[in-house]
Ligand binder design. Structure first.
Ligand code: GAR
Length: 189
């Protein structure tokens, strides 16, 4: 049984997808041992509803150190699912190949500091891109630059709205996230 810890900052729809996939066996032989947030958010409610232990470490300079202290010892994988704090170099280097993140664009495009959630989709629309997509990648100390595990694109239609782009993105994320998680759990770096 692999032990997963999920980090969240927001609504936690990707967390819900992971919870459901663990329940149905789409992500087999896995257990979500803890959900950790850097602020109060709806993701925590989703975890509590499923009986998953939760903890909040308020965002700030010492977040990574505090996270390291409370991380269950048997953790096989740390998943960033809509998590907005930056993990420091020391933390990232302590868990090589064991931290993954989902990003709502086709990295290396539209990544880096400040590129999260709706900001990403707004930038994609402003650049009149013909396509966007979602990426799951390893987390390193360089923001959004770790090795790509899975990526999938979709077309952007004429007059695409922010809402419809977000919807396409979630559908794509829901498809690739469990696949990427299984890939990492079965074939670790
Ligand atoms: C997701 O689209 C995820 O890709 C994005 O935040 C959203 C979280 O939604 N992450 C980033 O932008 C990280 N740079 P959720 O909380 O409903 O899963």
């Amino acid at each position: 049984m692999k032990n997963i810890v999920v980090l969240v900052s927001g609504s936690g729809t990707n967390l819900q997808r992971i919870i459901n996939c663990v329940d149905t066996g789409e992500i087999p032989d896995a257990n979500i041992s803890k959900v950790i947030a850097d602020r109060e958010c709806f993701g925590l409610e989703r975890a509590k509803k499923h009986g998953i232990p939760t903890q909040v470490i308020p965002r700030g300079k010492t977040f990574s150190e505090e996270l390291k202290e409370i991380l269950p010892e048997n953790t096989d994988l740390i998943i960033l699912a809509g998590f907005l704090s930056i993990l420091n170099k020391e933390f990232c280097e302590s868990f090589p190949g064991k931290i993954i993140n989902i990003h709502p664009a086709l990295l290396p495009k539209f990544g880096g500091k400040g590129m999260w959630g709706h900001h990403v989709h707004e930038a994609v629309l402003a650049a009149a891109e013909k396509e966007s997509g979602a990426t799951v990648h390893y987390v390193t100390s360089s923001i959004d630059e770790g090795e790509i595990i899975l990526q999938k694109s979709f077309e952007i239609s004429e007059g695409e709205s922010l809402e419809s782009l977000q919807k396409k993105n979630y559908e794509t994320e829901f498809e690739i996230f469990p696949k990427a998680i299984n890939k990492v759990l079965n074939f670790p770096l």
